[in-house]
Design a protein around this ligand. Structure first.
Ligand code: GCO
Length: 251
């Protein structure tokens, strides 16, 4: 089960954190994974890590918020491989500031990467998938779309929209055999959260507030992506799947 042999996947934000963890898991399940981020050198190192494990991957550096580059990347992958089976639209950024000090430019920058780029990539991927009447789209949401905390207004707004977009695209693309699902991570020990991990008070709060009693390990996200990307998950559509150690289940 959950064998992805022969499938071609694009994972954005794949040089580190949850994106890298999902890319590695998809490759272990047999997929050829195209790793994207802005950092070509970091990607090359990750591709080497895959190849050292006998897995299949390639690097494709571009900024997801560059609409033309994102559209070209999807067309390029489909053209070279003759197929485009799986999109993991994961790349995301955060900006933390109280609302009174939050610059509009920072709000727009976060929305451009976390929401607009996801829409652009989903549209481009759907263009490749619908004619073949198969495809898997996975987007990275956040538990902060369900329950908020101070200072992250742009991030929370973008992730709330991503959850809604998941349901909308699932409904629209289901008749064409394409599923669109969202993974909503809890607090994971990733580079994006370095400032939070270094804050003892916040760290204690995460461990106390999360029923599992700890931060998530990025390797705990990959299996969810493999499942949602698999043929077996054909009837799972429009789901926002929390992977959060029980965070959103607890009072
Ligand atoms: C924050 C974090 C987010 C969360 C994550 C939880 O500031 O709240 O930076 O990245 O870790 O989205 O789902």
């Amino acid at each position: 089960m959950f064998d992805l042999t022969g499938k071609v996947a694009l994972v954005t934000g794949a040089s580190r954190g949850l994106g890298w963890a999902m890319a590695e898991s998809l490759a272990r399940a047999g997929a050829h994974v195209v790793l994207n981020s802005r950092d070509g050198a970091a990607l090359a190192a990750r591709v080497a890590e895959l190849q050292a494990q006998g897995l299949s991957g390639e690097a494709l550096a571009f900024d997801v918020s560059d609409t033309t580059a994102a559209e070209h990347a999807v067309a390029d992958i489909a053209g070279r491989h003759g197929r485009f089976d799986i999109l993991v639209a994961n790349a995301g950024i955060n900006h933390r500031a109280p609302i009174g000090e939050f610059a509009l430019a920072d709000f727009q920058r976060v929305l451009a990467t976390n929401l607009t780029a996801v829409w652009v990539l989903c549209k481009a991927a759907a263009g490749q998938m619908v004619p073949h009447r198969r495809g898997r789209i996975i987007v990275t949401g956040s538990i902060t779309a369900f329950a908020a905390r101070p200072t992250v207004s742009a991030y929370v707004a973008s992730k709330g929209a991503v959850h809604a977009l998941t349901r909308q695209l699932a409904v629209e693309l289901a008749p064409a055999g394409v599923t669109v699902n969202c993974i909503a991570p809890g607090y994971f020990a990733t580079e994006l959260n370095t400032p939070l991990l270094g804050n003892q008070e916040f760290n204690d709060w995460v461990c106390k507030r999360t029923p599992a009693g700890r931060w998530g390990d990025p390797r705990e996200i990959g299996p969810a992506a493999v499942f949602l990307a698999s043929d077996e998950a054909a009837y799972v559509n429009g789901l926002v799947m929390t992977v959060d150690g029980g965070f959103t289940a607890a009072m």
